[in-house]
Design a protein around this ligand. Structure first.
Ligand SMILES: Nc1ncnc2c1ncn2[C@@H]1O[C@H](COP(=O)(O)OP(=O)(O)OP(=O)(O)O)[C@@H](O)[C@H]1O
Ligand SMILES: Nc1ccn([C@@H]2O[C@H](COP(=O)(O)O)[C@@H](O)[C@H]2O)c(=O)n1
Length: 203
């Protein structure tokens, strides 16, 4: 069984997926972490983030470890996870994610993972696991999402909102909801409310 949870930046995908996965007793995978890892390694290597031939050689030892409690991304024996959610990575990840060769590499990592699984990202329900029986798509207004993100990163809310809106724009190509996905506006809901909405659907 595979559950896909897609949505725009900071819509709650990771937090909701973690809660759903823990309730189901299965792992969840945050596909965005793989794109973030490619971006971080590219930045650290001084590589052109638009050049797949500069990025792919950096990925030979990268692997994602999906756990019900959270994901970890390793480069050989170096845990990258703590460095993946930063404004620096946010600024380059959409450029990396636009590369077909990188999307192909990420998709292969994801499809190699065993079911059952909760998979979150932008295109889990449309491209990576199109035959998943349960698909959800999370939305919320840019301002709501910025206010939520501001609680994690002490930055100016209008600046966060502008950055999220720009990332949404750059991600448009891969971010459309699957036609058979249930769309959930998370704005009026608490985090637990979104998790419960999905769990009730799965019963
Ligand atoms: N329904 C909700 N109500 C209140 N806070 C929420 C809700 N959903 C998520 N949050 C909070 O919003 C923040 C962003 O959530 P999360 O990181 O899960 O989003 P995301 O879609 O995975 O983000 P990104 O796309 O950047 O990876 C977190 O602090 C999370 O706890
Ligand atoms: N399935 C996906 C997941 C992510 N991306 C790109 O990665 C960026 C970071 O994703 P988060 O979920 O951690 O915000 C995102 O902005 C996309 O550029 C993707 O293309 N496909």
């Amino acid at each position: 069984m595979i559950v896909t949870i897609d949505g725009v930046a900071a819509s709650g995908k990771s937090s909701v997926s973690s809660g759903v996965a823990q309730a189901l007793g299965v792992p969840y995978v945050s596909s965005g972490l793989l794109y973030r890892a490619v971006t971080l390694l590219g930045l650290n290597a001084g590589a052109d983030l638009a050049d797949p031939s500069a990025l792919l050689p950096l990925l030979s030892a990268v692997r994602l470890e999906p756990l019900a409690s959270g994901n970890r991304v390793w480069n050989a024996d170096h845990d990258l996870t703590a460095d993946l959610h930063s404004t620096r990575v946010d600024g380059g990840v959409s450029t990396v994610a636009a590369l077909p060769e990188i999307r192909e590499w990420v998709d292969a990592q994801l499809r190699a993972l065993p079911a059952p699984l909760v998979a979150e990202g932008r295109d889990m329900g449309t491209n990576v696991f199109p035959h998943a029986p349960h698909k959800f798509y999370l939305t919320a207004s840019p301002r709501v999402r910025a206010e939520r993100r501001a609680r994690e990163r002490p930055e100016d809310i209008p600046a966060i909102e502008a950055a999220l809106t720009e990332r949404d724009r750059q991600d448009t190509t891969q971010s459309a909801p699957a036609p058979d996905a249930r769309i959930i506006d998370t704005g009026p809901l608490t985090l637990q409310g979104v998790i419960d909405t999905i769990l009730n659907d799965l019963r």
